[in-house]
Design a protein around this ligand. Structure first.
Ligand code: MOS
Length: 728
């Protein structure tokens, strides 16, 4: 189905099932431990062996020699894989560094070897017997030091270009009120609960990978390229994923090494990355240095807005696209953005929840707060004065829907914003200085091609198959709700099968596109199945009403299952998009409100209340959507107050590579969180009229916390995270 005109009324609008706060249909399996994650696939193949990955002990250089004999002779060892045993490997198109080092080492903890043994403990013990001699080369590990050598990122992607509108320099220089500040955000780790893990089994030249991945089809292509085997010989199975946040968008060392280990040991092999390897072996969110310049009239109209961002990555990598939202969020006639990329030899930087906007808004929305203060304006009034209904860089291009102002108005009312003192440091409860902060939330709404197969059997059971993944987001449930609504059957009559490359290729889970795009694909397949049913029953499909397990047309009413008399019916389709997202800018909007308390003596900072108001199209399931947003808000608190990978600038690695020292918020850090979704449908986004919320929820939270801390204390910290030492 081609989606190239705004959506009209359709069966989804009945909202009998879609839009309802259904519990997760996979919830019981998850809480009873019967949902099998990659490393728990104990019984899918017999005779499983265990692999243990050894990571490189230097950040850059080469392996001079590697001594494997002791490991090979150790108890239980079945095989040892290094680059020598691996043979000719190609780099997957979505990996910046190779997944297996040798002889070159590209980053610290890049995989050097895999030991395969009868047990995990034997593999781990044998790995400690491998002796590697390295010749270390000098590397660059300090973004600040490398900043001056940073260049425009390579590649044809136009979004990497600098943007210029009007005369930024002139307008900034002559602005009656201006701000020029630099903000920094640190390297961050996804720190999802489930590690990267894979079970690999060969049957002749056919490879099956039970793995934790957000993007099944990307994984098949990338593994086929890496191993140099046909795509048809690879099957990826990924039914349950214990969190991804972008860290599982691309295949990592566990997948490749499990496949290589299984080939060499002639046994199925299971590999999980240890927590330290998750931090230095896989990807992370790159640190940024961001300079923001704002110029405005005395009345607060922005006349100049400029955003430059510096980040680093391995050679061939990409930037953190932190200027993205600044191109779209506020009006202003004179504008510029630019991204510069430095070559660093730290582990690979890549997407983490709301790549671009999450760190970008931490800078921009703090700058907006500072500018409002300079103007003597309320920070909400300042933002709304500079609201826009069109793309500020391309004024002929409207937003498909933008209820940015309403997010702030609804939020201000609900949160009691009028109680905030404009003057910082004025609200106090005992030892606690109290502050209120606000920030805009903004994230683009991407739409992705997505396919599904739907079938109907004689019992009236509807089965949906798509390679879409559920990374904890609730995909199973919203996909089930979509099929239930379209075919007029109860949700418990729908079986949802996900995460298998044997199923039609979906959008996958990334960039908050998964919910809208994957259900739109299911919608398309259901439209086809409805036509097949109508044809079998000899009725006109445009007149047919599918409800209550029946198909009604005129005064006829037939059971849905009666269409299967000659056998089950199956339909498959893919939603594809025309240029609606080019003619109309599609984005999601929100406002985050935060109240903090800061201890007047120790500067201990506690978040006391949080509210998010989101405008993100139709909310397919308010319960799972709320879970997405409160999870993202929690991650935003982490970014504001504690998350930071500490770089060892001499040796080039992240020092705090475990969950004891890479701090993320725990329950005790998070107060009551409230989420409000504006009631809206966006007919430009898909037949579902939905958008994404999973990333919108983190966007702006960091700045809202920082602005609240400033309001409490009068101390402006522009260097995230706002640890208490920076406030004293
Ligand atoms: Mo997301 S960072 O595209 O999983």
């Amino acid at each position: 189905m081609k989606f190239d005109k705004p959506a009209t009324d359709n069966p989804i609008d009945r909202l009998q099932v879609v839009g309802q706060p259904h519990d997760r249909i996979d919830g019981a399996r998850k809480v009873t431990g019967t949902a099998r994650y990659a490393y728990e696939q104990h019984d899918v193949v017999a005779n499983q062996a265990y692999g243990y990955v050894l990571g490189a002990g230097i950040a850059k250089g080469r392996i001079a020699s590697i001594e494997l004999d002791a490991a090979r002779k150790a108890p239980g060892v079945l095989a040892v894989v290094t680059a020598r045993e691996a043979g000719d490997l190609k780099k997957g198109p979505r990996n910046t560094a190779c997944l297996l080092a040798g002889p070159e080492v590209e980053h610290y903890h890049q995989a050097v070897a895999l030991v395969v043994a009868e047990s995990f403990e034997q593999a781990r013990a044998a790995a400690s017997l491998i002796k590697v001699e390295y010749v270390a080369a000098e590397g660059a590990f300090d973004l600040n030091a490398a900043k001056d050598k940073a260049v425009r990122p390579e590649g044809d992607d136009p979004s990497l270009n600098d943007t210029h509108v009007g005369d930024f320099a002139g307008a900034f220089a002559s602005a009656p009120v201006s701000l020029d500040e630099t903000y920094t955000t640190p390297d961050e780790s996804h720190a999802m609960m489930e590690p990267h893990a894979t079970l690999a089994a060969w049957e002749g030249d056919k490879l099956t990978l039970w793995t934790a991945t957000q993007m099944v089809a990307w994984g098949v292509t990338d593994m086929a390229t890496t191993l140099g085997i046909p795509k048809q010989n690879i099957r990826i199975v990924s039914p349950f994923i214990g969190g991804g946040f972008g860290g599982k968008l691309f295949l990592r060392a566990d997948v490749l090494l499990a496949a290589l280990g299984a080939r060499l040991a002639k046994r199925p092999v299971k590999v999980a990355l240890t927590r330290p390897l998750m931090i230095n072996n896989t990807t992370h969110r790159p640190a940024t240095i961001q300079r923001i310049r704002l110029g405005a009239t005395k009345e607060g109209k922005i006349t100049a807005i400029g955003h430059e961002s510096w980040s680093g990555d391995l050679k061939g990598g990409g930037p953190e696209v932190a200027v993205q939202q600044t191109r779209l969020l506020y009006a202003g006639a004179n504008r510029m953005t630019a991204m510069r990329l430095a070559e660093l030899d730290l582990p690979e930087g890549n997407a983490m929840r709301a790549p671009g906007e999450a760190p970008g808004l931490m800078a921009l929305e703090m700058a907006m707060d500072e500018m409002a203060e300079k103007l003597g304006m309320d920070p909400i009034a300042f933002r709304l004065l500079n609201d826009t209904q069109v793309d500020p860089e391309k004024p002929k291009r409207p937003f498909s829907m933008r209820r940015f102002d309403e997010c702030f108005r609804v939020g201000a009312e609900r949160f009691g914003w009028s109680q905030r003192s404009a003057q910082p440091g004025r609200m106090r409860e005992g030892n606690w200085l109290i502050g209120l902060g606000v920030a805009a939330a903004f994230r683009n709404n991407l739409v992705m091609k997505s396919g599904a197969r739907v079938s109907l059997d004689a019992k009236g059971i509807v089965t949906v198959e798509t390679d879409m993944t559920d990374i904890g987001t609730g995909s199973y449930t919203i996909i089930g709700q979509t099929a239930s609504e379209m075919l007029g059957v109860d949700l418990d009559k729908v079986v949802v099968k996900l995460g298998d490359s044997a199923f039609p290729v979906s959008a996958g889970s990334g960039g908050q596109w998964g919910g809208n795009s994957s259900t739109a694909g299911v919608y398309a397949a259901c439209v086809k199945l409805r036509e097949a049913v109508a044809q079998k029953l000899g009725i006109n499909s445009t007149e047919a009403i599918f409800a209550g397990g029946e198909v009604k047309a005129g005064n006829r009413s037939l059971s849905l299952a009666s269409a299967t008399e000659a056998g089950p019916l199956t339909a498959e389709d893919t939603i594809e998009y025309g240029d609606l997202d080019e003619t109309h800018q599609q984005s999601t909007f929100g406002a985050h409100f935060v109240e903090v308390g800061v201890d007047v003596a120790t500067a201990e900072t506690r978040v006391r209340r949080m509210l998010a108001v989101c405008a993100a199209g139709r909310i397919l399931n308010p319960k799972t959507a709320r879970s997405q947003v409160i999870g993202a808000m929690t991650m935003g608190v982490g970014a504001a107050l504690m998350e930071e990978l500490a770089v060892d600038k001499r040796r080039g690695f992240f020092v705090n590579h475990d969950l004891a020292s890479y701090e993320v918020p725990v329950h005790a850090d998070i107060p009551h969180q409230e989420v409000v979704f504006l009631d809206e449908t966006d007919p430009m986004s898909s037949p579902m009229k939905a958008k994404g919320v999973g990333e919108l929820g983190i966007c702006g939270v960091g700045a809202a916390v920082a602005n609240a801390v400033y309001n409490a204390t009068g101390v402006r910290v522009r260097d995230y995270p706002l640890t208490l030492d920076k406030l004293l």
